[in-house]
Write a protein that binds this ligand. Structure first.
Ligand SMILES: Cc1cc2nc3c(=O)[nH]c(=O)nc-3n(C[C@H](O)[C@H](O)[C@H](O)COP(=O)(O)OP(=O)(O)OC[C@H]3O[C@@H](n4cnc5c(N)ncnc54)[C@H](O)[C@@H]3O)c2cc1C
Length: 471
């Protein structure tokens, strides 16, 4: 196809990036509104952080391991829109907490492990969070999680550490920076739907199902098509430029890092100065050092363990950044083959151990050994069973997904959620954002999908053809 052929094809919207945010927007627009969409993805496959690959019969995920509300959340709605909900089999999970050789379920497992009055305060806090409505949670957007929790009388170190570990799973910034309102929305929605889960066959099953659905509904997806520039004419975004082509549409939706879109993909001067400076100063969530371990035999029946190795989030960050690593560390440990046996060859097991780290943590090779030693302390026999390790460092993640290897995207911190979040609408007419950096609320994958729905609702305010028909 020549450059001019491409110019003459009509599209209602161009979507830059095929992460879950871009795929969700494209799926709903193509399937439920009959929009002609073109999705351009820089990598050879869609999925972004929601991508899996294979090695020696094991299916390894680049990133996500647990979807907060699975089929009961926004992802279920997107899959239904393209008729692909039946393609995904969900495996549900009950996370367990590990601390000093003990494994228990939060919060009830803390009874007897913390003082009785602290347990009572914790259960009252849980009840308050699970019952809270949106307006009340929005009031807490500017309060950090630690201040909120201690203000409710919960100050036992183990209770605080358990809450912070859950917070790290959800928003991946420490409790003294995380927005209380955002955390409450995450824990509330997960507790209400009771459906945390993992897709059989690995996370790519989701992105592949959505990409198939988009194509079946007439959408176009081009991979290995990196957008180098957003074309702006007379102050309005009118299309995009890749290395060898130009594509035009009345609406450009960027699912590529929202911050990078505005700072680097727009021509210089397209953004007003104060907006440019505000976005430049925004910060990403923590990154992760991920050690995937292929085991020659199963060593555990657990599906997901979060381990408390360090009770002091601030001290933990300082220790990581200075390279003075403690002997035992906090870990996020899903066992994908216990959710989905297809992820490992028969008789083998796949276990992942990830440590949340600020980008710039030095000496990750040494940290990798501490990850494995800590995991072996929780699940004895692990080290002897390892056939191979596959490691993704924050640097690797940065190369694959950008954004300083961020787990989530722009951090859900007190100054970056709710009204202060990067919006789905931009200062440049015709250019919109969707994904884990802009709009929305919730946990990782669902944050990005909520952003896509928020954008559609904003578009519908101006043009009813973007309204989602009632299900
Ligand atoms: C290690 C790890 C563990 C995680 N665990 C969980 C979890 O358990 N649960 C959970 O809910 N979430 C988890 N997440 C977070 C979740 O994966 C992300 O928040 C979510 O996938 C972000 O989706 P997105 O669509 O916003 O962005 P991305 O997935 O980053 O997608 C953006 C896409 O845009 C493409 N792109 C970028 N620039 C361009 C360009 N110039 N031209 C064309 N294409 C471009 C990229 O290649 C990419 O495909 C995890 C993430 C990581 C890294």
């Amino acid at each position: 196809m020549t450059l001019s052929d491409q110019n003459h094809m009509h599209h209602d919207a161009i979507i830059v990036g095929g992460g879950i945010g871009g795929l969700s927007f494209a799926a709903v627009a193509a399937a439920l509104m009959g929009k002609k969409i073109l999705l351009l993805e820089k990598n050879a496959a869609v999925g972004g952080r929601l991508y899996s690959f294979h090695r020696d019969g094991f299916t390894l995920d680049i990133g996500a391991h647990v979807i907060s509300q699975s089929e009961k959340g926004p992802l279920g709605r997107v899959l239904r829109s393209v008729g692909k909900d039946g393609d995904i089999q969900w495996k549900h999970v009950r996370p367990m907490t590990s601390y000093r050789g003990d494994i228990f379920a939060f919060p009830r497992g803390l009874e007897g492990r913390i003082p009785a009055e602290q347990f009572t305060a914790l259960m009252a806090l849980m009840k308050e969070m699970v019952r809270m409505d949106d307006p009340a949670s929005l009031e807490l957007d500017e309060m950090d999680l630690r201040t909120y929790v201690t203000g409710r009388g919960v100050n036992d170190p183990l209770a605080l550490a358990c809450l912070n570990n859950i917070n790290m799973v959800y928003v991946c910034v420490p409790d003294y920076e995380a927005s209380a309102g955002e955390f409450i929305r995450c824990i509330r929605d997960e507790a209400r739907s009771r459906a945390s889960g993992y897709p059989a066959g690995g996370c790519s099953a989701i992105s592949e199902a959505l990409a198939d659905g988009i194509r079946e509904k007439g959408g176009r997806i081009m991979t290995k098509a990196e957008v180098r520039e957003i074309i702006v004419e007379d102050g309005r975004a009118v299309g995009v430029r890749t290395r060898d082509a130009e594509h035009r549409a009345p609406i450009v939706v960027s699912n590529a890092d929202g911050r990078r879109t505005l700072l680097d993909l727009l021509p210089a001067g397209a953004l007003p100065d104060p907006e440019y400076r505000r976005i430049r100063d925004m910060t990403y969530s923590y990154s992760m050092l991920i050690v995937r371990m292929a085991l020659d035999h199963p060593i555990t029946d657990y599906r997901l363990i979060t381990h408390i190795g360090n009770m002091d989030p601030k001290g933990n960050e300082e220790a990581l950044l200075s390279g003075r690593f403690p002997e035992e560390i906090n870990l996020f440990m899903p066992v994908p083959s216990n959710f989905s046996p297809e992820c490992a060859p028969e008789g083998k097991q796949l276990l992942t151990a990830g440590i949340w780290v600020p980008y710039g943590t030095p000496d990750v090779d040494r940290l990798e050994d501490i990850v494995v030693d800590t995991a072996d302390g929780i699940l004895p026999g692990l080290k002897d069973a390892i056939m191979f390790r596959h490691v993704t460092t924050p640097e690797n993640l940065n190369r694959i997904v950008g954004e300083d290897g961020a787990i989530i995207g722009l951090g859900q911190t007190t100054g970056q959620v709710g009204k202060k979040r990067l919006g789905v609408e931009t200062a440049v007419p015709g250019l919109y954002l969707c994904g884990a950096e802009s709009g929305g609320s919730g946990v990782g994958i669902e944050l990005a999908i909520h952003s896509a729905f928020e954008l559609m609702s904003r578009l519908a305010d101006r043009d009813p053809s973007w309204r989602i028909p009632a299900e």
